[in-house]
Design a protein around this ligand. Structure first.
Ligand code: ATP
Length: 245
């Protein structure tokens, strides 16, 4: 098999006082793969994504040890801006779209690179992936439904041309119908673009349609890893996440 796009080795992430949130995690994500991380609140999922995609200066978290490689390049502990340059883009849990700006303004505010022509082309391509965006271009983003706002955040991330798109809890706070819409769109994205995804998700039902591999995180480590179908069918996951006996 080819070298993984993302290689994480022994990654340990901690916060100020020394509390360890991610404890020596190993993770490979291959090109075109959809990798799912699930786990209870506080298990360390967000800290893992931040440890890979970088902590902003205002955040107290940092990579204490281990390595993060993208396409073989060592990018351990780099800030988010540098990681975007390496094609790693995170859509955070508290997906920040600017509610008072219009949908179009939100998209144009994404820090895209390239000349005007190529930016226009990319914008058209992204809009064609999410048809509702074209109809709502002039509407303030605050008037979108929760699911549409989530998709707008993902569309903005796509404008940064990710090789690896990381999405933290896309379903959080959404109605079942909105969750379905968001995951159908992610599904199309994978099918149309062969996008590589690393997603944190507690909604196992939504995620299982698109995940290739899955990892269950418990207290900062992976307690269970494998092909998504096997992991999601395991007794532990069925009992904990699907409420099945
Ligand atoms: P959730 O689903 O609730 O977001 P999670 O699995 O993403 O949970 P993290 O948010 O990564 O888990 O938290 C892992 C651990 O790190 C927790 O013990 C949490 O209290 C701690 N932690 C997270 N962010 C910070 C922070 N900014 N400062 C200090 N400790 C933090």
């Amino acid at each position: 098999m080819n070298e993984p796009l993302l290689q994480v080795r022994g990654l340990t992430v901690s916060y100020g006082g020394g509390s360890v949130a991610v404890d020596q995690v190993d993770l490979d994500v291959h090109d075109g793969e959809v990798c799912l991380v699930l786990g209870a609140n506080g298990a360390g999922k967000t800290s893992l994504l931040r440890g890979i995609g970088g902590f902003a200066a205002s955040e107290r978290g940092r990579v204490r040890s281990g390595k993060v490689l993208i396409g073989g390049a060592d990018v351990t502990g780099r800030p988010p801006r540098t990681m975007v340059g390496h094609g790693v883009v995170l859509v955070p849990e508290e997906n920040k779209v600017f509610r008072t700006l219009t949908v179009g303004e939100n998209l144009r505010a994404a820090p895209m690179t390239g000349d005007r022509g190529s930016r226009r082309e990319l914008l058209d391509e992204v809009v064609s992936l999410f048809p509702f965006i074209r109809e709502r271009m002039d509407l303030p983003a605050g008037q979108l439904s929760g699911g549409e706002r989530q998709l707008l955040g993902i569309a903005r991330a796509l404008l940064l041309k990710p090789r690896l798109l990381m999405v933290d809890e896309a379903s959080l706070g959404l109605s079942p119908i909105a969750v379905r819409k968001v995951f159908d769109s992610l599904h199309s994205l994978v099918a149309a673009k062969g996008m590589t995804l690393l997603i944190v998700e507690q909604n196992v039902r939504a995620a299982r349609a698109i995940a290739d591999r899955a990892h269950v995180m418990v207290s900062g480590t992976f307690a269970l890893s494998g092909p998504a179908r096997e992991v999601l069918e395991s007794e532990q996951v069925r009992r904990t996440y699907l409420g099945l006996e």
